[in-house]
Design a protein around this ligand. Structure first.
Ligand code: IPM
Ligand code: MN
Length: 355
């Protein structure tokens, strides 16, 4: 009997529907070739559901998700709805309520022509960002006083717990250990944000348990500079939530843009969520223009997480081949049809050459 995984998918808003459809098309092909199956359940959350029912994402949905092996998310965000409302209820909701403490964001350049940096090749851009995903500036500790007046005061606190910092650092050391270079960089701003001294100490203490991993440190401002100047210096990097959010958009650009950047929101051993880094891009909705590769790469991350390593690698290998051969000419929206790219990858998976 082959293994069956329970997968929930939430297409969400904007181009989410189209890119998830192509991601699942690739998953169909993978299931034909590899010996596992998925049982899929669609969840309706997003702007349309909210406008029709007043519901963002109910507690019952989180309970349902806890029974799954993995979740595929398209995109959340809609101009008809107050900024941040659905993003926080659904994306941050899953990250917090399912305690998805690792936001794993690989930054890999698949072909030199996609890199905006001069003379950089795929050998130079291959890093794994481990963004802390449940604390920091996203903890939701904020408020306003004298709202809307000339004397308004607003605050938002960043918080870190010893346990929260330690577990993401430990995860990053484990990932560094698996990679050929075995290097881990801590990115923080402990020179200005003195409370981040907690990160400095936890990194040193956990690091003592991993003598085979070379450690390095960069303040986040300098890290942005080095990522552009010498991306080859980075292997695995670990950082607080907000810095990880910012640094990974920069990272997405040096790997070729939002068309290809994927992420996994993980709690090792529990249900985890996989999504493209890009947003809902409402201007492209329903036009068959969005590039589904970011979602397809998120499917690859999901397969890897589920332990289907060969299947995960096949999705990546087929994609790289399509990019390097020029069959996929560009990562920008509108160059290829959304469905065309999905079909290219699905056909590549089915063809014997790819396997
Ligand atoms: C991301 C997004 C989210 C974040 C938003 C939509 C809340 O930018 O996943 O990077 O800030 O984490
Ligand atoms: Mn972001």
């Amino acid at each position: 009997m082959s293994k069956t995984y329970d997968i929930a998918y939430i297409p969400g808003d904007g181009v989410g529907e189209e890119v998830v459809r192509e991601g699942l098309k690739v998953l169909d092909a993978v299931e034909e070739v590899f010996s596992f199956r998925t049982k899929r359940e669609r969840l309706p959350y997003g702007a349309d559901h909210f406008l029709a029912t007043g519901e963002t994402m109910p507690e019952a949905a989180f309970d349902r998700l806890r029974d799954m092996h993995a979740i595929v998310l398209g995109a959340i965000g809609d101009p008809r709805i107050e900024v941040g409302k659905l993003e926080f209820a659904i994306i941050a909701g899953m990250r917090f309520k399912l305690d998805l403490y690792v936001n794993l964001r690989p930054i890999k350049l698949y072909d030199a022509r996609f890199c905006p940096l001069k003379d950089k090749t795929p050998q130079d851009v291959d890093m794994l960002i481990c963004r802390e995903n449940t604390e920091g500036a996203y903890a939701g500790i904020y408020g306003h006083m004298k709202h809307g007046t000339a004397d308004e005061v607003a605050h938002q606190s960043m918080i870190w717990t010893r346990k929260g910092v330690e577990r993401i650092i430990r995860y990053a050391f484990e990932r560094a250990l698996e990679r050929p270079r075995r290097k881990l960089t801590l990115v923080d701003k402990a020179n200005a944000l003195r409370s981040q001294d907690l990160w400095t100490r936890a990194f040193a203490e956990v690091g003592a348990e991993y003598p085979d991993v070379e450690t390095d440190h960069a303040y986040v401002d300098a890290a942005c500079m080095w990522m552009v100047k010498n991306p080859e210096w980075f292997d695995v990097a670990v950082m607080p939530n907000l810095f990880g959010d910012i640094v990974t958009d920069l990272g997405a650009m040096i790997q070729g843009g939002m068309g290809i950047a994927a992420s996994g929101n993980l709690h090792p051993g529990k249900v985890s969520m996989f999504e493209p880094i890009h947003g809902s891009a409402p201007k492209y909705q329903g036009q068959n223009k969005a590039n589904p590769l970011a979602t397809i790469m998120a499917i690859s991350l999901m397969l890897d997480y589920l332990g289907e390593r060969e299947a995960a690698a096949a999705v990546e290998t087929v994609t790289v081949e399509l990019l390097r051969s020029g069959r996929i000419r560009s990562l920008s929206a509108g160059v290829h049809g959304t469905d065309e790219i999905g079909t290219f990858v699905a056909d590549g998976i089915r063809s014997p050459v790819a396997n």
